[in-house]
Design a protein around this ligand. Structure first.
Ligand code: SAM
Length: 255
């Protein structure tokens, strides 16, 4: 993971933690240019979402069930984000981190790492494209989902299903943090114009940020300059979310 991504994760994690009373908020930094779709920031979870969570916790026991703030990173790889996040979380014992990847070797690396703490982290093998494979926790309980450089590696016709399922895992008010390769990054055509907006809104999430981050990376050793293009977004589950909130008939002016 490069420095900009590390910044993103740490900044986003810190922003998420600002919803917990004992951790101070950090200013968000990005050199990106908005595509004009950014919205305001989320507030604290409402009584509705707290009630929703309490009801779940009364009936179910699962890893992290006693936590009050839960994060899931999907496609975590060998843990480039997992360990910086765990490092931050150690000051907030009531928080819990789930991380998954479909590569068993990656999960083995994470679990055997000296900084892995099973008391605050559950790492498991999971294919986000496999609808039949359950998560080790109920739906509607996550505060944050991290989806960083993963969606672009998924077959385009499966992407919407993946986003829909991740949306269901969020609690009302929860936030999905997205970052990936942008269109024309290294001449690759990844997400089409408006596609990111459409896909996450269709899954019932409200767009809070959706920007294109252009960076010039210089490899001095090889004397190569690379114009990188990343897309980055924050998508929040509405506080009064119902199954019907999924905007399945949504049609975007950007299509
Ligand atoms: C480019 S790496 C990004 C790793 C990490 N998110 C980061 O930013 O450092 C993409 C990761 O997504 C995982 N991945 C790809 N498709 C997946 C799927 N269908 N289910 C779970 N993980 C997947 C890969 O195994 C890989 O570890």
């Amino acid at each position: 993971m490069g420095e900009p991504l590390r910044d993103l994760i740490e900044t986003n994690a810190a922003n998420c933690f600002s919803r917990m009373p004992e951790v101070k908020n950090h200013d968000e930094k990005s050199s990106g240019s908005s595509d004009g779709q950014s919205k305001g920031e989320s507030g604290r979870p409402s009584l509705d979402s707290e009630e929703h969570e309490k009801r779940l916790l009364k009936t179910e026991l699962f890893p992290g069930s006693s936590a009050t703030f839960r994060i899931l990173e999907v496609g975590c790889g060998a843990g480039n984000s997992v360990f910086p996040i765990l490092n931050i979380l150690q000051n907030t014992p009531e928080s819990f981190l789930y991380c998954c990847d479909f590569a068993p070797g990656a999960l083995e690396l994470i679990k055997s790492h000296s900084s892995y703490r099973a008391a605050q982290c559950s790492a498991f093998v999971h294919d986000v494209c496999d609808d039949g494979s359950p998560y080790p926790f109920p739906e509607g309980i996550l505060d944050v989902v991290l989806l960083v450089f993963v969606l672009s590696s998924i077959q385009p016709d499966r992407m919407q299903g993946v986003v829909n399922r991740l949306s269901k895992l969020l609690k009302p008010g929860g936030m999905l943090l997205f970052r990936d390769y942008g269109r024309y990054d290294n001449t690759q055509l990844r997400f089409k114009k408006g596609e990111v907006h459409r896909m996450f809104c269709k899954a019932g999430l409200d767009e809070k940020q959706n920007l294109v981050d252009h960076r010039l990376q210089v490899n001095r050793k090889k004397q190569v300059k690379m114009h990188r293009v990343w897309v980055q977004g924050k998508f929040q589950k509405p506080l009064h979310w119902t199954q019907n909130s999924s905007k399945l008939t949504f049609s975007s002016p950007f299509s």
